[in-house]
Write a protein that binds this ligand. Structure first.
Ligand SMILES: *[C@@H]1O[C@H](CO)[C@@H](O)[C@H](O)[C@H]1NC(C)=O
Ligand SMILES: *[C@@H]1O[C@H](CO)[C@@H](O)[C@H](O)[C@H]1NC(C)=O
Ligand SMILES: *[C@@H]1O[C@H](CO)[C@@H](O)[C@H](O)[C@H]1NC(C)=O
Ligand SMILES: *[C@@H]1O[C@H](CO)[C@@H](O)[C@H](O)[C@H]1NC(C)=O
Ligand SMILES: *[C@@H]1O[C@H](CO)[C@@H](O)[C@H](O)[C@H]1NC(C)=O
Length: 791
C-alpha cells in the first residue's frame, strides 16, 4: 500500500528555529481575459450612470482587467471575473436624472456575481437600496458613501455573511437599525455617518466581536449605548452628534478613538478611561458629564487629542500635572476645574491648549471665581457611575508599559480589511483544478483509473488549517511579545521573521515586510488573494495577513504574512545532520520525496498562475510532527512590492510561444533542485557545489548498471539494509534524470511523482515480504498498470 510511514515521535524533539523562509523576489502577474458578458455589464452600468466623465475611457474595446487603475476608477479581476469595482465620482456630483432607476442599476450590477469589493461613491445614485444587492453573495466590502439613497437598509443584506465592511455614510437612510445588523459573523467596519437613522441601537451589536470601527455620527439615534465591553477588537467608536445617553458606555479598553461629543450623556466618566492605553483621540465635548476629571487622562501613553469642553467636570489641576509628549490638542474649556494651569500645557508653544470659563487660578481666559465652581459642583449632584470596578494595578502597569512601547510603534490608526475566505472554497478549488490539469497529460486514463492516486489527490482537502484570515496588529504583538528579540528568527533581504504564539496556543511564523513605496491596501489585495490560495499539505501554508497603514493617507506601511509554524526541523537535520536516532528510514525518505514532489506540483499547477523557479534547497524543506515534508521557501508573490514595485494584479503570463519555452524551463529548474535534494537523501551527505553534484550524478549513473550489492554500498549507510533493491534503483534512476544538464531531458514533475510512488510501492511490498515467514527479501512482481521508465 501507498501508506504514509508514521514514526513514533521522537521524544522531546527540539524546536529548531531554522524556519527561515528565504523567499525570492519575483512579481507574478497574470493575464486575464474578461468574459464578454462582464464587459457588457460594465458598459451598461456606464449608460445607467448617464455616462459620467470619470468613465469616459470605457468603451467596448478596452480590456478592463488591464486598464491602469486611477484614484477614481479601478477594476480588479481574478480568474476571468471581476472581483473589485471602484467608481468614485467627483465630490458634490448632482443626483442622477429622473429617469435613473436604482433598481435597474442594481439588477445590472449583480451580473458581476464574484464581486467582493464594491465602491460606488459620489455618483448621485438615488432611491431605496434594492434588496437584490444581496445577490452579490461574496461581497466583503461595500462602500456607497455620498449618494442619495434613502429608506431602510434592505434586510436581504443579512444573507451576505461574508460582509466585513459596510459604509453607507452621507446618504439619507432612515429608520431604526434592525437587529440582524448585529448578527454578521465577520463584520469589522460599520459606518453610517450622516444619515437620518433614529431609534436606539439593537442589543445584538454587543455580539459583533470582530467589529473594529463603529461610526454612527450625525444621525438621530438616542437611548443608552448597548454593552460593548465584549467587543474586544473595537478601536474606533464615533457617536458624535446624536442623542445618546445618559450613562457612559461600557467599552473594551482597546479603543484608539472614542468620540461621544454632542450627545446627552449625564453620568460621571468611567474610571476605566485611565486604562485605555491605546487611546489617541478622546472627544467628550458638549455633553453634561459630571464628577471628577482625572488629570491622568492628559498623560495617557497614546493620547494626542483630548476634548472635554462644555461639560460639568470638576477637579483640581496642578502645575505639576504631567502630559503625554504627543499630546497636541487639549480643550478643557467650560467645565468646573480649579487649581493651576499645568505647566506642560501652558508652557508649550506646539500644543493647542484651551481652558476658558473654568475656575482656574489665572487671570486669563474668562475664569469664574472659585465659589462658582464649588456651588455648581454641589448643585449637579454627582451620579455614581454604574460600573465601579477599578482597573487592577497589574492591568494598569501592563497597560502603561505596553502603551509606551506601543506609542512608539503604533503611530497610526490601523485600518484592516478582514478577509476570511470560505474554507471550503480555498481548499476544494485546487483539488478540482489539479485533477483537471491531469486530464491533459498523456497518462490520464491510467491516473484516473488508479483509485489510490485519486484518493491521494483528494487528501488535499484534509489540511486541517483554519481559514485564511486577517490578523490584527495587536494580535501579532501579543503573539510575539511586541516583536521581542526572543521571538526573532532571522532576517533576509525581504524582511524579518518572527516566531509567535497565538492566544489559542498555536505557534506561527510571522514575516514582516516593510513597504518602500506608498500604495493603498487595494493594490495588494490581489496578491493577498493569491497567497491565501497557497495552502497545501506539502507547503508551509499561509494562515493570514495583516496590513499596517499610515494614518495620514491610509497607505500600507508594513504587511505581515502569517504562516504555520513547522516544529520538527529541516529535512537535512533528518538526513545528513541527524544522529542515528534521528535519521529517516528508507521508506520515510521516499515518502518525504513524494511530499516534496507534490508540493512542487501544487506550486506549478495547483494555483493560477503557477509559481515557478522556487530555488528549492534541502534546508527549506521542513518536517512537521508527523514527519510530513513541507516546502517553506517558495517564490512568493507580493515580495516585489516591498521592494517598491507594484502591480495591480493584472497582465503577463506570456502569451507568445517563445515564452512558453521559458515556462517549461522554469518548471525544469525546480526538477533539478529536487534532484539535488534527492541525491542527499540517497547518499546521506550534502554536496557542496553544482560541480560536485554532477560528479556524484555521474558516479550514480555508472553504478546503476551494476549489481545490487554495489548499488547498496553507495547508499547512505543508515538505510543500506532497509531498502529494497528495486526501490533504491528506481530512486537512483529518477535522481540521475532530474540532474540532467539539459533541462529538456529532465523528467516532468508528474513523471518524477510516478517513479517515486512506484519506489514506495515496491519498498512496501518488499518490507511485507521480508517480514513474512520465509524472511527472504522477495522481488515484487511489477504492477502492470504502473509506468516504469527503465529496465
Ligand atoms: C435619461 O435621460 C437623458 C436625457 O435627459 C438621456 O440622455 C439618457 O439616455 C436617459 N437614460 C436612460 C437610462 O434612459
Ligand atoms: C476606446 O477608448 C480608447 C482609449 O480610451 C480609444 O483609444 C479607442 O479609440 C476607443 N475605441 C472606440 C471604438 O471608441
Ligand atoms: C469609502 O469611500 C470613501 C470615499 O471615497 C473613502 O474616503 C473611504 O476611505 C472608503 N472606505 C473604505 C473602507 O474603502
Ligand atoms: C424615526 O424615523 C422614521 C422615519 O424617518 C419616522 O417615521 C419615525 O417617526 C422616527 N421615530 C422617532 C421616534 O423619531
Ligand atoms: C510641584 O513640584 C515642585 C518641585 O518638584 C514642588 O516643590 C511643588 O510643591 C509641587 N507642587 C505641587 C502643587 O505639588
Amino acid at each position: 500500500m501507498l501508506a504514509l510511514y508514521m514514526v513514533p515521535m521522537a521524544k522531546g524533539f527540539r524546536h529548531q528555529a531554522c524556519l527561515v523562509l528565504a523567499i525570492i523576489l519575483l512579481l507574478i502577474n497574470q493575464s486575464e481575459q474578461l468574459q464578454s458578458s462582464q464587459t457588457h455589464t460594465l458598459l451598461r452600468l456606464q449608460l445607467l450612470l448617464n455616462y459620467p466623465d470619470i468613465l469616459s475611457s470605457w468603451n467596448s474595446t478596452i480590456n478592463f482587467c488591464n486598464a491602469e487603475p486611477t484614484s477614481q476608477v479601478t477594476v480588479v479581476c481574478y480568474e476571468e471575473s471581476i472581483t473589485q469595482l471602484h467608481i468614485i465620482g467627483n465630490k458634490g456630483s448632482p443626483s442622477l436624472p429622473r429617469n435613473f432607476s436604482v433598481d435597474s442599476f442594481v439588477t445590472t450590477l449583480v451580473k458581476l456575481p464574484n464581486l467582493k469589493v464594491l465602491t460606488l461613491v459620489s455618483l448621485g445614485l438615488w432611491g431605496p437600496l434594492p434588496g437584490k444587492i444581496a445577490r452579490l453573495s461574496s461581497l466583503e466590502i461595500l462602500n456607497m458613501t455620498s449618494n442619495l439613497l434613502y429608506g431602510a437598509i434592505p434586510h436581504e443584506l443579512s444573507s451576505v455573511t461574508s460582509l466585513q465592511t459596510l459604509i453607507l455614510d452621507d446618504n439619507m437612510f432612515s429608520g431604526r437599525l434592525p437587529e440582524w445588523l448585529g448578527l454578521f459573523p465577520v463584520l469589522a467596519v460599520l459606518s453610517l455617518r450622516k444619515n437620518l437613522f433614529n431609534g436606539s441601537l439593537p442589543d445584538s451589536f454587543s455580539s459583533l466581536e470582530n467589529l473594529r470601527v463603529l461610526a454612527l455620527s450625525h444621525n438621530h439615534f438616542f437611548g443608552e449605548v448597548p454593552d460593548f465591553s465584549s467587543l474586544t477588537n473595537l478601536q474606533e467608536l464615533d457617536l458624535e452628534d446624536n442623542a445618546f445617553g445618559s450613562q457612559f458606555p461600557q467599552l473594551g479598553n482597546k479603543l484608539v478613538r472614542l468620540v461621544l461629543g454632542k450627545n446627552r450623556f449625564r453620568s460621571g466618566l468611567a474610571s476605566e478611561l485611565s486604562s485605555y492605553y491605546q487611546l489617541q483621540w478622546l472627544d467628550l465635548s458638549f455633553n453634561r458629564f459630571v464628577g471628577p476629571f482625572p488629570p491622568s487622562l492628559l498623560s495617557l501613553p497614546s493620547i494626542t487629542y483630548l476634548n472635554i469642553a462644555d461639560n460639568k467636570l470638576t477637579g483640581m489641576l496642578s502645575e505639576n500635572t504631567s502630559c503625554n509628549a504627543e499630546l497636541e490638542f487639549a480643550d478643557l474649556s467650560s467645565n468646573l476645574l480649579t487649581g493651576h494651569l499645568p505647566r506642560c500645557l501652558s508652557d508649550s508653544k506646539d500644543r493647542v491648549f484651551l481652558y476658558a470659563r473654568n475656575c482656574l487660578a489665572t487671570a486669563k481666559e474668562n475664569q469664574h471665581p472659585l465659589s462658582f465652581c464649588r456651588n455648581e459642583a454641589l448643585a449637579v449632584g454627582i451620579l455614581p457611575h454604574h460600573k465601579k470596578t477599578k482597573p487592577s494595578k497589574v492591568t494598569l502597569a501592563l497597560g502603561i508599559t505596553g502603551g509606551i512601547i506601543g506609542g512608539i510603534v503604533l503611530l497610526g490608526l490601523i485600518f484592516i480589511f478582514v478577509r476570511r475566505l470560505n474554507a471550503n472554497k480555498t481548499i476544494n478549488k485546487p483539488t478540482t483544478r489539479l485533477i483537471a490539469e491531469k486530464a491533459s497529460t498523456a497518462y490520464t486514463s491510467k491516473l484516473l483509473s488508479n483509485a489510490r492516486y485519486i484518493s491521494q489527490t483528494m487528501k488535499l482537502g484534509a489540511l486541517g488549517l483554519p481559514a485564511f484570515r486577517t490578523f490584527s496588529l495587536e494580535e501579532l504583538e501579543n503573539a510575539t511579545n511586541n516583536f521581542d528579540t526572543t521571538a526573532f528568527m532571522g532576517e533576509g533581504s525581504q524582511g524579518q521573521m518572527y516566531r509567535g504564539q497565538l492566544k489559542d496556543g498555536t505557534f506561527v511564523a510571522i514575516r514582516c515586510l516593510k513597504m518602500k513605496k506608498r500604495h493603498s491596501t487595494q493594490s495588494f489585495m490581489h496578491h493577498v488573494e493569491l497567497i491565501s490560495k497557497l495552502r497545501y499539505r506539502h507547503l508551509v501554508s499561509a494562515l493570514g495577513h495583516c496590513f499596517e497603514c499610515y494614518l495620514d493617507d491610509s497607505t500600507v506601511s508594513r504587511i505581515f504574512l502569517i504562516f504555520e509554524y513547522v516544529p520538527n526541523g529541516t529535512l537535512r537535520s533528518w538526513i545528513s545532520e541527524g544522529h542515528a536516532r534521528r535519521s529517516l528510514t528508507w521508506a520515510q525518505r521516499i515518502s518525504a520525496a513524494i511530499g516534496i514532489a507534490k508540493g512542487i506540483q501544487f506550486l506549478h499547477t495547483g494555483i493560477v498562475p503557477g509559481v515557478y523557479s522556487n530555488k528549492l534547497k534541502i534546508t527549506d524543506i521542513l518536517m512537521d510532527q508527523n514527519l510530513v515534508a513541507k516546502i517553506s521557501s517558495y517564490n512568493l508573490p507580493l515580495l516585489a512590492e516591498s521592494a517598491g514595485k507594484v502591480g495591480h494584479g493584472t497582465s503577463v503570463l506570456p502569451k507568445d510561444p517563445s515564452n512558453s519555452a521559458r515556462v517549461s524551463y522554469e518548471d525544469k529548474a525546480d526538477v533539478y533542485d529536487f534532484g539535488v535534494i534527492l541525491l542527499e537523501m540517497i547518499l546521506g551527505k550534502p554536496s557542496k557545489s553544482r560541480n560536485e553534484v554532477q560528479i556524484l550524478k555521474n558516479e550514480l549513473q555508472a553504478i546503476m548498471a551494476t549489481d545490487d550489492g554495489t548499488r547498496r554500498s553507495i547508499a547512505d549507510p543508515a538505510v543500506q539494509t532497509s531498502c529494497s533493491d528495486q526501490s533504491l534503483k528506481t530512486m537512483m534512476e529518477i535522481c540521475v534524470r532530474c540532474l540532467q544538464k539539459d533541462p529538456a531531458e529532465r523528467p516532468s514533475v508528474e513523471d518524477v511523482l510516478w517513479n517515486l510512488q512506484f519506489a514506495a510501492q515496491v519498498q512496501d511490498a518488499w518490507r511485507v515480504d521480508s517480514q513474512s515467514s520465509d524472511g527472504s527479501p522477495g522481488s515484487p512482481s511489477q504492477p502492470p498498470h504502473l509506468r516504469v521508465s527503465f529496465r
